[in-house]
Design a protein around this ligand. Structure first.
Ligand SMILES: O=C(O)CCC(=O)C(=O)O
Ligand SMILES: [Fe+2]
Length: 277
């Protein structure tokens, strides 16, 4: 690639008519998803099945979450790193704040999290968040199925699919001082199997494409799918675990939601034999 070559970041439309497994549209989609994950380690999925209303409401409710007193935020703890609340700090960034909701598609988990933040309850938060996280998990399963089908493993999808639970992180990145840009999250590859990120249209997420940082501007109905280290291992190195980071600039705070697929404890990540030569 020449120095000035324009990088075409993959934006893949998930049209409802193409989401029927076995159709020509499905196979075309599987191929594009696989190529994007092999070349870039991520792609933007335009997915309108998650309604704009649920998405907007979720981001509104996140602002209420950020506003709860810090003593309550500190109750969002976990023995696992990055599974609980992390406030602005030097290890991550002074612009960063994030909450962790474990086993997020389980209604009781969402309810316990809600109860911790609002002891008097907040049913709208609980129900909206549960709807959003369940639908994102559905999207994650769909993408995994596309990857599995694209490698010709569709018939044994149940045995090759990694058993996981969703961890959702709600994040706020504060705008940097006027006229400056600053790191919101250091460069890393994801340790979960895969991640689905959406934001409130304030960009900041950057991905490393052959040593060049590309800033993504996700559309209001888009989600960014990111391949993590275990998925790279599962694919025997075919899929790329992409390096990414968050850089903040401009005057607006950024809100994002990342849904991580965390392997169930004791799970062994193993490449299917068909992917080993
Ligand atoms: O907030 C974002 O856009 C990215 C978050 C991320 O990469 C992470 O939490 O691992
Ligand atoms: Fe990440």
């Amino acid at each position: 690639m020449g120095v000035n070559a324009k990088i075409e970041f993959p934006v893949i439309e998930f049209r409802p008519s193409d989401l029927k497994r076995g159709t020509d549209g499905w196979h075309r989609l599987c191929k594009r998803v696989r190529e994007a994950c092999e070349t870039f380690g991520c792609f933007e999925a335009v997915y309108e099945k998650i309604s704009a209303k649920v998405r907007e409401e979720t981001f509104e409710l996140m602002k209420e979450l950020i506003a709860v007193p810090v003593e309550r935020k500190q109750k969002n703890i976990s023995p696992l790193p990055y599974h609980g609340w992390v406030g602005p700090c030097n290890q991550v960034s002074l612009l960063y704040e994030g909450f962790g909701l474990e086993d997020a598609s389980n209604y009781d988990s969402v309810k316990s999290f809600t109860q911790l933040m609002w002891p008097d309850g907040h049913p709208r938060f609980c129900n909206t968040l549960h709807t959003m996280t369940t639908q994102i998990e559905e999207l994650n399963k769909l993408i995994w199925l596309m990857i599995i089908d694209s490698y010709g493993l569709g018939e044994k999808w149940e045995s090759v699919m990694i058993n996981y639970k969703s961890l959702v992180r709600f994040m706020k990145y504060m705008a940097p001082p006027p006229g400056e840009y600053e790191k919101g999250l250091f460069a890393h590859t994801d340790k979960p199997v895969s991640t689905i990120i959406c934001d409130d249209q304030v960009s900041g997420l950057e991905i490393d494409v052959n040593g060049q940082w590309i800033k993504l501007s996700l559309s209001p109905s888009s989600f960014c799918f990111v391949v993590g280290d275990p998925l790279k291992a599962w694919s025997n190195g075919r899929l790329k675990a992409v390096n990414h980071r968050v850089i903040m600039s401009g005057e607006k705070d950024r809100f994002s939601i990342a849904t991580f697929a965390i392997p169930v404890e004791g799970t062994i990540i193993k490449a299917p034999k068909e992917l080993i030569d």
